[in-house]
Design a protein. Structure first.
Length: 295
């Protein structure tokens, strides 16, 4: 198990600005402002590329990005970015992952397509019957404000800090994962990707996060907590598995070359009951965690 800390200046290059602008209601085309070098002539040319109907929105995006860029250096030393990860001995046992001493149940798709033939994340880990131990990574990243940071009453400034914190948490996870692939786990030592390529997920393996389509059950955060002890980096959990600070992300790291993301989608009563049994949680309680996935 290892912890890492990053400064804001180290993390900013890994920010995916598309999701920052999405949080503010902007379409991806307006996030291209982040690709400019910042000179006035470049910004003017960028703005001129938009049709008249989009010009006002583009100007708003430009101003928002300027304010975010001005704010980030001021948050250095105020926002603390910390990562925690563990590389576990792993095998697949049906739809379960066996991670060191923790059984980690998973869900399998109930609808098949050519691209997603009834996939489960355990499909990308060596089966227990093979007799060969595999590796699966578990991670968590958080961005927390300094305890002495004064509260800001301006709602706009608070929202700007929150959305930047969310992006920094994801960016730090991207940077950490790159380090793990190339050095700690070392399964891709010769990887040489630009940040743009990293954000397009051109690296080997996947990093499914808790609550996302491949790993939709928020309650598995309690299993991750057993493996990592999230309090080490200041993350606490509510009774329903929400992480605090809000700007936190956690999940798994799989290295198989064929591993890819998919959506579990809707599940039936039979899989709900089977999954609840494997999780050791009453089916009615599990319904709360999987409400969005129930038929």
């Amino acid at each position: 198990m290892s912890t890492l800390s990053y400064t804001i200046s180290e993390t900013v290059p890994y920010i995916n600005w598309i999701y920052f602008f999405h949080a503010w209601g902007f379409q991806p085309k307006f996030a291209t402002i982040a690709d400019l070098h910042g000179c006035d002539s470049c910004r003017a040319l960028w703005l001129a590329r938009f049709p008249e109907s989009d010009r006002a929105k583009a100007a708003e995006a430009m101003q928002l990005f300027k304010e975010a860029q001005r704010l980030l250096p001021r948050l250095e030393g105020i926002l603390h970015i910390r990562c925690l990860f563990r590389l576990c001995r792993a095998n697949a046992d049906g739809d379960n992952l066996l991670l060191d001493d923790v059984t980690f149940p998973l869900l399998r798709q109930q609808a098949s397509t050519v691209q997603s033939p009834y996939l489960c994340l355990s499909d990308f880990v060596r089966p227990l019957a093979s007799g060969i131990t595999d590796t699966v990574g578990v991670f968590a990243t958080t961005v927390a404000e300094d305890a002495n940071f004064p509260q800001i009453d301006d709602p706009y400034q608070r929202l700007l800090i929150q959305t930047l914190s969310d992006r920094l948490a994801e960016a730090a996870t991207e940077k950490m994962h790159e380090h793990i692939r190339k050095t700690v786990w070392g399964y891709a030592p010769d990887e040489s990707l630009s940040v743009s390529e990293l954000l397009q997920e051109k690296f080997q393996g996947i990093r499914p996060a808790v609550g996302y389509p491949s790993l939709p059950d928020q309650s598995v955060i309690f299993l991750i907590d057993r493996l990592l002890n999230l309090k080490q980096i200041g993350i606490t959990l509510t009774a329903n598995g929400a992480m605090h600070p809000h700007a936190s992300v956690s999940g798994l790291m799989l290295a198989h070359p064929a591993a890819r993301y998919f959506s579990v989608g809707r599940i039936g009563k039979d899989q709900l009951e089977d999954y609840a049994r494997r999780r050791g949680i009453p089916a009615e309680r599990m319904r709360i965690f999987l409400a969005a996935n129930l038929k």
